[in-house]
Design a protein around this ligand. Structure first.
Ligand SMILES: *[C@@H]1O[C@H](CO)[C@@H](O)[C@H](O)[C@H]1NC(C)=O
Ligand SMILES: *[C@@H]1O[C@H](CO)[C@@H](O)[C@H](O)[C@H]1NC(C)=O
Ligand SMILES: *[C@@H]1O[C@H](CO)[C@@H](O)[C@H](O)[C@H]1NC(C)=O
Length: 250
């Protein structure tokens, strides 16, 4: 039999736990809201959007990817959800659900938006975009503490040469993979490894995936040469390299 004191303590602990779980929700890597058209908060578009978010989380969970369209005419919304290839189905659904909630906070009236998290991406628009490579939404990230600061330029150059080899191999592997997802390790001496991962959305062809990854490699060269780690995320593909493993099951 529970004493009243222990039940109270139990309730208090659960409340604290729930509070902690809510406040430690992961922040998005980035979000972009298009301001070309806005919807009204309780209109038909808003309803379609709400239904679509629910649909995408449900559909994407087992396979890590989903497309969906809801509504007609002006209230029609098209959406795409992608989870990182190694993410389990329950985490995938949870990530897409929170992406849906966060994108509605960050882009409350926008007819078009995209949001990226570490484990998933969500995009929606009032126009159809399925099957076209998205070169417009792209964003790069690196850890500024990780700058190659040995002061040895030839070291940094040799390092990026290895990064480029890794990225090239990764591209070759990803676009022919049925999942359009691949990871790759490369030993770079002194028992250190480079780790890379690449992924395309499954609405585009292998050939378009290759082009998208080539653009990502170019972009990485621009943002991240001289960095020990870098990442480019886009609407149709993403690519990342680090000196440490970062996948759940790597
Ligand atoms: C949509 O809303 C944003 C933010 O309030 C505003 O800057 C933008 O001009 C609006 N766009 C249109 C087409 O009304
Ligand atoms: C710089 O790096 C190159 C290539 O790794 C190495 O041969 C050279 O000794 C390094 N120089 C210094 C001053 O550390
Ligand atoms: C990638 O594929 C191309 C074309 O097949 C090949 O020439 C190249 O050597 C490959 N690169 C790597 C690093 O595997």
């Amino acid at each position: 039999m529970h004493s009243p004191a222990s039940s109270t303590l139990y309730l208090l602990c659960s409340a604290l736990f729930i509070h902690a779980a809510l406040t430690t929700a992961v922040d998005p890597l980035h979000a972009a809201c298009s301001t070309s058209k806005n919807y009204t908060s309780h209109g038909a578009f808003s309803n379609s959007l709400h239904q679509m978010m629910f649909l995408l989380a449900t559909k994407a969970a087992p396979i890590g990817f989903a497309l969906g369209s809801v509504g007609h005419g002006d209230s029609r919304v098209n959406g795409l959800a992608l989870c990182r290839g190694d993410v389990r189905s329950s985490a995938c659904a949870a990530c897409i659900r929170s992406a849906g909630a966060r994108v509605r906070d960050l882009c409350p009236r926008n007819n078009e938006a995209i949001i990226w998290f570490d484990e998933c991406m969500l995009r929606y628009s009032d126009t159809e975009f399925f099957g076209d490579v998205d070169y417009d939404h792209s964003f790069s990230l690196f850890d500024p503490r990780n700058t190659f600061n040995t002061g040895n330029v030839s070291d940094a150059k040799a390092f990026y040469g290895k990064v480029e080899f890794l990225l090239e191999r990764l591209k070759n592997k990803t676009y022919i993979s049925p999942l359009l997802f691949a990871n790759q390790e490369l030993e770079i001496g002194e028992s250190r490894n480079l780790y890379g991962v690449a992924q395309c959305t499954k609405d585009i062809s292998g050939g378009d995936c290759k082009k998208c990854l080539e653009a990502a490699i170019n972009k990485l060269r621009g943002c991240c040469r001289g960095q020990r780690g870098g990442r480019v995320v886009g609407g149709s593909c993403n690519m990342r390299y680090q000196l440490y493993p970062f996948l759940d099951d790597a």
